[in-house]
Design a protein. Structure first.
Length: 248
């Protein structure tokens, strides 16, 4: 069950805790993917808070929002790039996307396998996707005060197995949201310190969200008949005498 777009917008843009979460996840995203000219960057679910750094450099940016969630104009004060779409049928050409971010999309989907297949379809060969999901061992998935308390939380092993099962190759793993999901001023003020501490520890148990980067590797097809031709070579030259060295 998808969350309502208005609830997601209010959390990320109008609450101190939402701005803390946005900053923590986006900082880790930028550690993995710096803005690059010429790339097509897409986000599915409610990935808009993470896409802003790419607006200036990317060739194209798309914020795909599923119908059950709803859509909002984004970004504010600029040309809209938000698109309302079916959860498993995106208005995107096959192989068009270079970088894909999925946030609040996989864990709330009623058709996770079909959704992952659609992610595979839109990515070009060598394209990268970043799936961000609630950590089943973290505190954020246990509180319904944030959007991470809804849907199915994952362990890293579960997320990795599900994506590998659909042909993706795992590249890098990361966690974020090491502060408590609390609106108390102390935790909000010290959130950057907890993020730095959590990154040094590199624990997938303590982080509120798991971030798994995967790639789409497409192998070159083998031409039919080549192996058979090698196993049955032509014998037209067998009757010719073998060359020998002449005496000087």
């Amino acid at each position: 069950m998808h969350l309502d777009v208005h609830d997601l917008r209010n959390f990320y843009y109008r609450t101190p805790l939402g701005r803390v979460a946005q900053r923590a996840i986006r900082d880790q995203l930028l550690r993995l993917w710096q803005p690059t000219k010429g790339h097509t960057v897409a986000g599915f679910g409610f990935a808009a808070p993470l896409l802003r750094p790419y607006l200036d450099e990317a060739r194209r940016v798309m914020a795909l929002m599923p119908g059950p969630q709803g859509v909002m104009p984004w970004p504010a004060g600029a040309d809209n790039v938000a698109i309302l779409c079916e959860e498993t049928q995106w208005p995107v050409e096959t192989g068009m996307v270079d970088r894909l971010i999925v946030l609040h999309g996989l864990e709330t989907s009623d058709q996770p396998a079909a959704l992952i297949e659609e992610c595979w379809r839109v990515l070009g060969p060598g394209g990268r996707a970043l799936f961000i999901v609630p950590n089943r061992s973290g505190l954020w998935s246990r509180s319904d005060a944030t959007p991470f308390g809804y849907g199915r939380p994952y362990s890293m092993r579960q997320l990795d197995a599900q994506l590998r099962g659909h042909g993706f190759t795992a590249e890098r793993q990361q966690s974020a949201l090491f502060a408590l999901p609390s609106r108390q001023k102390f935790w909000l003020r010290t959130a950057p310190m907890w993020e730095r501490f959590g990154l040094r520890v590199a624990s997938f148990v303590a982080g509120g969200v798991l971030m798994l980067e995967v790639s789409k590797q497409v192998h070159s097809p083998q031409r039919p008949g080549l192996a058979a031709a090698v196993r049955r070579p032509l014998r037209v030259l067998e009757a010719l005498p073998k060359p020998t060295a002449e005496p000087v």
